[in-house]
Design a protein around this ligand. Structure first.
Ligand code: SF4
Length: 348
């Protein structure tokens, strides 16, 4: 199986394992977590993200709906007062024009998460609920089922970036369990701050080979912009910049909001469930994974797109035979995954 194909399937298994078993060293299962995949910042995207949440606050977050709140909406709902107030008197001055704040107020009103009224020509606002402090920790996991030396080299510099930035509280590498007395991943040159997890994707069991160190999320971050190759003739210095604590906090919450909206079953959103070859197959009693009947295996999101040479639309007759409302198996697949995503958001 091609490497990227194996990695995609492995990544989905890691997400499912995390949903069932995170955190790996927990004595009880009294934890609220949200798992998502392929999220991060403009410069760095993580394979799997686990949000450790305060359960009560996560329930309260559901008041604001399943969709993410972007930076402008957060600015409004986090600062909206309990009593009617002219918006400019209660919201801190934004770093952008006030008209964007007014747009966000109208959007929040349309979404039913803020109360607004006109007083003369002034817009007054009042909160419906306080925005809860639901996010406790962000854990990033990189999936490398076959962690050889070259994969470790590429991953090593990305993990060094994470360690210097301190945007996630922890970073891990998940690799396939080999069964050797000492897992080979431990011999690879990875930053000591990164944890190593070996996963057996079929049985969905995992073991911690190396515990990570907590990263400095409460300190300003260092963003590595450029690093010299370090050869004999390369005497150039690395370039980096500092990242303010407030900027980091904002980014963390923005990532968490996107993770809350998307979860990890959203892989179907970028695939073609309306193709006649698209199937969902159960990997265990509860995980549905994509399967391409034409390829005879789990296809990647990149393969399963409009450009796929084997794409064939599901025949119109499928939509009328028993699925007049749902609109065919493609729609049903989406609905199934969507239901499971919602079930993972308490209070929704
Ligand atoms: S044939 Fe192509 S588009 Fe259809 S399910 Fe397979 S990978 Fe996806």
């Amino acid at each position: 199986m091609a490497r990227h194909t194996a990695e995609f399937g492995f990544e989905l298994r890691t997400c499912r394992w995390a949903e069932r078993a995170w955190p790996p060293d927990a004595a009880s299962d009294d934890h609220a977590i949200v798992v998502a995949r392929q999220l991060g910042t403009k410069r760095r995207r993580w394979d799997t993200i686990v949000l450790e949440c305060n359960l009560e606050a996560l329930r309260e977050r559901a008041n604001f709906g399943p969709e993410r709140l972007d930076g402008n909406l957060l600015h409004v709902v986090q600062n909206a007062p309990a009593e009617w107030t002219y918006y400019r008197d209660c919201l801190p001055h934004p770093s952008y024009p006030w008209r964007y704040v007014r747009e966000a107020i109208h959007e929040a009103d349309d979404r039913g998460i803020l109360e607004t009224r006109k007083n003369g020509n002034r817009i007054e606002i009042r909160r419906k609920w306080p925005y809860p402090d639901w996010l406790e920790r962000i854990v990033a996991i990189e999936n490398k089922p076959d962690l050889d030396a070259s994969a470790a080299r590429a991953l090593g510099s990305q993990l060094e970036y994470d360690v210097a930035m301190g945007l996630a509280d922890e970073v891990w590498v998940a690799t396939r369990e080999t069964g050797d007395a000492v897992e080979p991943a431990l011999f690879e040159r990875l930053p000591v701050e990164a944890g190593i997890l070996t996963l057996e994707p079929d049985a969905l069991t995992a073991a911690v080979e190396w515990f990570p160190r907590a990263l400095a999320v409460d300190d300003p971050g260092t963003r590595i912009l450029e690093r010299p190759e370090g050869g004999k003739r390369d005497g150039s210095a690395a370039r980096f910049e500092y990242v303010d604590l407030a900027v980091k906090a904002e980014k963390r919450l923005a990532i968490a909001e996107r993770a809350y909206e998307r979860g990890w079953r959203s892989f179907v959103d970028t695939m073609r469930p309306d193709c006649r070859h698209f199937e969902l197959r159960a990997a265990d009693d509860s995980q549905l994974r994509p399967h391409c009947a034409d390829k005879g295996r789990c296809q990647t999101a990149a393969e399963c797109s409009g450009g796929c040479p084997a794409f064939e639309p599901e025949p119109p007759v499928w939509r009328t035979r028993g699925w007049p409302i749902e609109g065919g198996p493609g729609k049903r697949c989406r609905q199934l995954l969507e239901d499971r995503r919602r079930r993972r958001r308490p209070g929704l």
